[in-house]
Structure formats: C-alpha cells, structure tokens
Write a protein that binds this ligand. Sequence first.
Ligand code: FAD
Length: 476
Amino acid sequence: MNNLHVAIIGAGATGVAAFIALVRQGACKRITLLDASGPAIGQVYASQHPELLCNTSVELMSLLPPHYHDLLHYLHEHTNNEITLADFVSRKIIGDYIQDRYTRYLSLAYQQGISVSFIRDAGKQVMRQPGGDYLIETRQSGTIAADAVIVCTGYTHPAIPEALASYQGDPLFFASPYPEKLMLEKIRPDSHVLIVGTRLSAIDAALVLCRQGCRVSLVSPSGDLPAVRSAVMLRPIQASRLAWLTDSAVISEHVRPDIRKWVIRLLAHASAISLREQFVAEAESIQRLREESELARQDKTEWQYRIVGMINVINQHSHTLPEAVKHSLSAFLRATGRYISAMPLKNAEKLLGYVDSGLLSVEKLRADSLQKSDSGWTLSNPQGEITHFDALVCATGYAPPTHSMTHNGLILADARDTSAAPPRLNNHLQLHLAHSVSPESVWLAGISTHLSVPVVNALFVAVEQVNRIAQQIKRL
Ligand SMILES: Cc1cc2nc3c(=O)[nH]c(=O)nc-3n(C[C@H](O)[C@H](O)[C@H](O)COP(=O)(O)OP(=O)(O)OC[C@H]3O[C@@H](n4cnc5c(N)ncnc54)[C@H](O)[C@@H]3O)c2cc1C
C-alpha cells in the first residue's frame, strides 16, 4: 500500500462509494471525508418516506461492483427475504444500506491500517501546492492537505423557474419536494396543491401528497410523464452492435450517424418482442400512462433491459466522439429522457389510482399565468378557466454543480468564481488545468462530471466511476 492521503469532498452515496472503493483496493494509507451534513447521509437517499422509491432496480444499487448482489444480501438480511434483483426499493432503505456499508468499511479500514477521519464541514476550493500536493480550503475548519482529492458533491440547489422565483419565502411555497417531511408538515390534508413539473420528483411529491388526502395538479409545458418500467437491469450489449459508435474511423465530423436509428436497430435486434408491441403511440399523458403500465405489467417493456448497457457504452465512448456527434447524442438523450428516467410500475399504478379517484390531474400548462392571491395561488388555462391552489410545490429538478477552474485549482460550486472556466476533465475524470502538461491528482465523480459524461444521474454510473478512480490512485 502507498502512503497517500486521499480527501473525499462530499460523503453522500457517491462519496461513500469512493471511500469503499479506496478501502477495498487498498489504494491509500489515509482517507479524510468532508461533508457538512455528516457521513453517509447525502441528499438523495435521506428521504424517509416509504412511498419514495428508487427508479432503478436493486441490481443497479450495489456499492460494491462487480458484486451486484451486495444490496440484495443486505435486504435479505435486514428487510424482506423475498425481494429480488428486479425490485424497486425505497430510497430510505438505500440510505440505511449506505450507512451500514460505510460503518462496515470503516472497521475494515481500521483492520487494514488505513486511518480515516471525517470533518463536518464544506469544501470551498482545492488548490495545487508547489510540492505537488493539494490544499483544500474549508468553510470553517481551515485547510486540509492531501495528496489526491475526489470531488463527490452531488446536486447543488433546486432549479427554480423564473416564474416561481419570487414566491421563495412564502410558507406554502416549496422550492423542492424534499425533504418531504417539511412539505407534509405544512400542507393540510384537504389542500389543493399545484406541483410544477411532471418528471420523477413531481411524481414523488404527488404520491406523498395524494396519500395524505390532498388534491393535486401536476403541470408542465409538455405534460409528459416518465415512461413506465417493471425493472431496469444490466444486459450487456453485443460489442459488434456498437461498431459505429466505438470505431472513430467510422465517425467523422461530416458523417452524423443517426443515433435514433442505431438505437431502434439495437432494440429490434435484441428483442423477442416487436418494437410496436413495446412502445405506445398515444400522446395524451394519462392514457399513455395507462397503456405503458399495461405493457410493463405484461412484461413487454423489453427496452428496460437495454437501457443500462446503452448508457454504459455512451458514457465510455462519448469522449472519443467528434463535437457534431456529441451534439446529436445530447439531443437524442434529451428526447429519450422519459425512458432513461422511467418510473417504477408500482408508482404508475398508484398514480392511476389517484387519477381515478379524482385526487390527481396532469396538465399541459405553463406556470407563467400563475398569480398570487390572498389565500394561495390561481392558475388560468388557455380556455380562461381559473383554478385556486392552497400550496405550490416546485418540482423541476436540481441544478448540477457549477465548479470552476483557476490556473492552479478547482473552486467548488457554492464558492464559484463566475469569471472562471468550467473544469476540464480527461477521460479518466481527472482535472486538467489550462496551462498544465499533466493532469492533476484531483478527480470528479457522479453529478460533478455532468459536463464531460453524457448520463450521470444514476448511482451505478457514480459507483463505476469511483472504482476506476481508486484504481488510478492505487497506481500513483
Ligand atoms: C430526488 C432524486 C432521486 C434519485 N433517485 C435515484 C435512483 O433511484 N437511482 C439512481 O441510480 N439514482 C438516483 N438519483 C441520482 C443520484 O444523483 C445518484 O444516485 C447519486 O449517486 C446520488 O449520490 P451523491 O452522493 O452523488 O449525491 P448527494 O446525495 O446529493 O450527496 C452529495 C453530498 O455532497 C455534500 N456536499 C455538497 N457540496 C459540498 C462541499 N462543497 N463540500 C463538502 N460536501 C459537499 C452534500 O452535503 C451531500 O451530502 C436521484 C437523484 C435525485 C435528485
């Protein structure tokens, strides 16, 4: 084992996965974790409500690759013996699992002679020192010196549309559905609630609010809900199918491969069920939700077994693609976002139950016409009908971190110098400063890599990244 001291900034799921990877690989002698919220809590898996499910199956939530059964073993030991790799469990359970594995690897680190410390504070910046090591400036605890740094800071703050920004501070306006406890404490059970957004976090909000008896309207300009899946699991994709994507000789700036066609061919080749039977043509949101739920119930959504393989290949090879291809890839990923971030069938069935009992509606509407009234908000639809709402929940997602790079280091999102450039990463996720010949011993992982990696919004992506990073640190 080398004598390195590695600092991990951010100790949510990604930071804990990085910690475990360093310990498992015996990659360093000393580890310091830094997070103002405490170790192994994070934001994403801190939800306590049993209704808030992961949208990825158990198989994809293990912290110990390639042991995809690790979470399953934990679940059989601590919860329910009948859970399978295909199931979707609550984010609370994943939070408990992360805590458990953090504690286990703390004692393993101790047994292996790796010293571990945790500092309850936020990092502000990481600066390269003349001797080649790094100094992390924190908000309150001074500085920490380390030989290598892994930045695992996750999302920053809710992305609030301009039309809603002025309502911040109102006791019945919620900038995000999380922590859900806050929302549930303040919104009375008989309230009429407007949720702005129709994607996964909006669905989380609708499920917990309808369950406590609120009437809920979900609105967004498209009115599009996520697609429905009964599982999402890893089935490797045959390498020959990817030739055009991985062979840079095939792709040039002037040849823009039609990514949509590639995916259709790939799905058609890999499926026993015809594509016509796997997908729904219906455009109206609720009817589409019904039809997609029925397909998932009948196990016809075979695309759900290809999506992880596709994400892995796209993430692995995107850095080799010319800019033009990267652009068409981004457009394709945006267009297929409702499949990548599809919802579990169980959630779809609950939503349909609330729709049928009159508690839930989904509308294609912009929030621009929203008006504040004495007792809440009013929203008018294109027909001029006005609806009153008692509470307003913004569920339009989170802003990815905007770290920036200076001539000798990295400024972390909250402390961003707006005149500085975004971080440049090499294909090993290592920071590469503008005038430097070699990359730094500073790595970004998880959501922080969003400018370099096409799909980052999944734990399995972050876990794979930190394991690669630990291998590199071991070789330093
Ligand atoms: C609502 C929601 C649901 C999701 N559901 C799923 C799912 O079901 N399946 C899936 O695979 N993915 C899901 N994701 C994607 C998710 O981003 C990944 O799973 C990710 O790995 C989450 O862990 P994280 O540690 O990166 O982020 P977080 O949980 O946000 O943790 C980041 C940590 O970094 C700390 N931090 C931030 N800034 C600093 C700083 N400057 N200094 C020190 N510490 C700092 C924070 O305090 C926090 O503890 C979801 C995302 C969201 C937002």
